[in-house]
Design a protein around this ligand. Structure first.
Ligand code: PLP
Length: 286
């Protein structure tokens, strides 16, 4: 297994994380998680756009061009002979300077890039049978549109979900749902899809963006607006979307069964269209 470390492919022992790395000390960095099907990167352009936007929002100098980053992903896929799975990329604001909240000026920042691949195939069982979720308070900061390394509230949310035998934690702020701790939430009511609009309260999910494009193209009704816990629990269908589990139905939240406890027709339609998109870009779904 090869890893990306400061722009080079190395073995595990070749990774030398500095104790003063700002990612290690402060979580001062960002990441991306790109799906690979059939050895090809899916929706790479959209992931690179988001990476650049995350960097911009926190004044982080990425230090590498889009083409260089694309090249790193392709090198990792080749070196690890990856047919299906993902590439994880992480960029911190630099290392080598003794711990100090104050970071260097933009032009002086020397980003530390690292990455690896994980091998897995599509989880058809989850995507077709659905998952259970809990509700959990959204304890995160005010810039959730940055794909930040600071994931402690997300870790706490999923740890709580596991105590209840659930594998999704849907986050709420006051009466409103924001997103899932690692995915966006879409609900279906009377045939219409409703999802939280992009902005600082949620991560602009690439999967959600692609789903909304699918809905638009197929003239299926949708609305981007906040929705309440009550609307979530009384929805006909609930979907959590993310790069790994794609368009995943939620069939139970706490004790409440959603719809008839099975994947609904709108979710299935979206999943079929999403699979077509994967085939178009990558040749096949894996
Ligand atoms: C908090 C959060 N929201 C939404 C998403 C979904 O984003 P994407 O569809 O780009 O995977 C993720 C993915 O990791 C996430 O961590």
């Amino acid at each position: 297994m090869k890893y990306l470390w400061k722009g080079n492919l190395v073995d595990y022992d070749g990774i030398k994380i500095d104790i003063n790395d700002r990612g290690y000390q402060f979580g001062d960095g960002i990441y991306e998680y790109v799906r690979v099907y059939n050895g090809k990167l899916f929706a790479l352009k959209e992931h690179l756009d988001r990476l650049e936007n995350s960097a911009k929002l926190i004044d982080l100098n990425l230090g590498y061009t889009r083409d260089e980053i694309k090249g790193f992903c392709e090198q990792l896929i080749k070196a690890n002979d990856l047919d299906s799975g993902n590439v994880y990329l992480q960029i911190t604001r630099g290392d080598g300077i003794v711990r100090n909240h104050l970071y260097p000026e933009f032009k002086d920042q020397k980003a530390v890039i690292s990455g690896f691949t994980t091998h897995y195939y599509r989880n058809n069982e989850r995507i077709e049978s659905g998952v259970k979720a809990i509700l959990y308070p959204d304890l995160r900061w005010a810039l959730c549109n940055v794909k930040s390394l600071n994931l402690l509230p997300n870790c706490m949310a999923i740890a709580e979900a596991h105590k209840y035998g659930a594998n999704k934690a849907i986050l709420y702020k006051g009466e409103y749902i924001t997103e899932e701790r690692a995915g966006n939430v879409l609900i279906v009511k009377d045939g219409k899809v409703i999802t939280h609009p992009d902005g600082p309260e949620i991560l602009p999910g690439i999967t959600k963006m692609l789903i909304l494009q699918i809905l638009k193209e197929r003239k299926m009704p949708f609305e981007e607006r906040k929705f309440t816990k009550d609307e979530l629990l009384n929805a006909d269908e609930v979907i959590v979307s993310d790069t790994k589990t794609e368009c995943c139905p939620v069939i139970k939240i706490g004790d409440k069964v959603i719809g008839d406890g099975k994947r609904g027709p709108v979710t299935k339609k979206i999943d079929d269209a999403y699979k077509e998109l994967i085939v178009k870009q990558c040749g096949k779904v894996m």
